[in-house]
Ligand binder design. Structure first.
Ligand code: KG4
Ligand code: ZN
Length: 333
């Protein structure tokens, strides 16, 4: 894959309408149009509302991306789009739009798994990241420890048996009226709080690398329901303690997996990887153990289309595919 090929990427699996353009190592444009304002009043993403909002805005965002990159549609060499997992109605909007554009300008279409996008996101700013590495993928729907021995060869070492880490933030935030999405709201409210003030559990599961967050959420809501004014716990202390419990739980299994496998490169991705406390702990762990740490910046941790472009580019490079190979196997059905 010649490095000057221009990839146009779409990502609409949840509540962000995102379009990006990547040329070689240069991210020319990365537009993320969030629907947070629309879903805020419901305290969560409403799937039907999300797909309609994608349908209303995707065309304008696509044109804005071309304008900002100062490109014509005919300059695009390849189109990449998320094909799942995610909200079906939302995925269909982005996928069909991408397919139509590919069809109209006669370029190949490459589909990308959303979690593979998160996995590849650190490559945007760290072209040197190479397997073998272990990635902690933490989003609103997934919590995974993935061992990448080679690109394309992914071993799921651990996953959640109930709520995802992002869900644990979002659900408690809704219960407390802290705001939506819950992760940034709890991080913000807890920023000056005492993370050790409230004693919350760090749940374990039978499987050494799996996660469980539903018990933590119940413990936190029970604590609030039985709160006595003499406890002197502030909102900020409570938020900081809850965040600390999630981050500690994530770190415990991740550290174990890294030590057990002996890998020297660690990475992460997904919306929860935007969390400052989690980033701090991963960076400290990396430094103390002489590991290379590759974390996408917060903007590239939450959903975006740049990660879809880079995952597509990485697929072409590692599998030595030419655009014509993609065209032949293209999903334009
Ligand atoms: O990857 P993502 O943007 O969308 C999904 O694929 O789900 O992740 C969204 C999740 C939400 O649960 C949100 O609360 C969480 O990421 N999140 C955070 C932060 N920013 C977003 N969680 C903790 N701290 C943050 N700063
Ligand atoms: Zn995501």
């Amino acid at each position: 894959m010649p490095s000057d090929k221009i990839i146009l990427g779409f990502e609409t699996s949840c509540d962000e309408t995102a379009v990006a353009i990547l040329k070689g190592n240069d991210l020319l444009v990365n537009i993320i149009s969030s629907q947070v304002d629309i879903h805020e009043k419901f305290g969560g993403v409403v799937p039907e509302v999300a797909s309609r909002a994608h349908a209303e805005s995707i065309r304008n965002i696509f044109h804005a991306a071309l304008n900002r990159a100062n490109l014509q549609i005919s300059d695009i060499d390849l189109i990449a789009t998320t094909d799942g997992p995610g909200l079906v109605g939302s995925l269909v909007v982005g996928y069909n739009f991408a397919k139509s554009v590919a069809w109209s300008i006669d370029v190949p279409l490459l589909t990308v798994d959303h979690m593979v996008g998160h996995l590849a996101a650190p490559l945007i700013e760290n072209t040197e990241m190479k397997p073998p590495f272990i990635s902690l993928l933490v989003s609103g729907g997934h919590t995974q420890i993935v061992l990448v021995e080679k690109w394309g060869q992914y071993t799921l070492l651990g996953t959640t048996i109930d709520d995802a880490a992002g869900e644990a933030f979002d659900k408690l935030s809704r219960f407390c009226g802290f705001g939506f999405p819950g992760g940034p709201a709890i991080q913000n409210i807890g920023k000056d709080g005492d993370p050790n003030k409230v004693d919350l559990p760090r749940p374990k599961t039978k499987h050494e690398y799996n996660y469980s967050f539903s018990g933590l959420k119940t413990a936190a809501t029970n604590f609030l329901n039985n709160l006595d004014s003499k406890d002197k716990v502030t909102r900020s202390d409570f938020a900081a303690s809850y965040q600390e419990a999630i981050v500690d739980s994530l770190m415990n299994n991740f550290i174990k997996a890294v030590k057990d496998t002996g890998v020297k490169n660690i990475s992460g991705g997904g919306g929860v990887m935007a969390n400052q406390r989690l980033r701090e702990k991963i960076n400290t762990f990396g430094k103390e153990n002489n590991l290379n740490v590759y974390l996408p910046t917060p903007k590239l941790s939450t959903d975006n289309a740049a990660m879809i472009c880079i995952a597509a580019q990485n697929n072409l490079i590692t599998n030595e595919l030419q655009l014509d190979d993609v065209r032949l196997s293209s999903v334009i059905k």
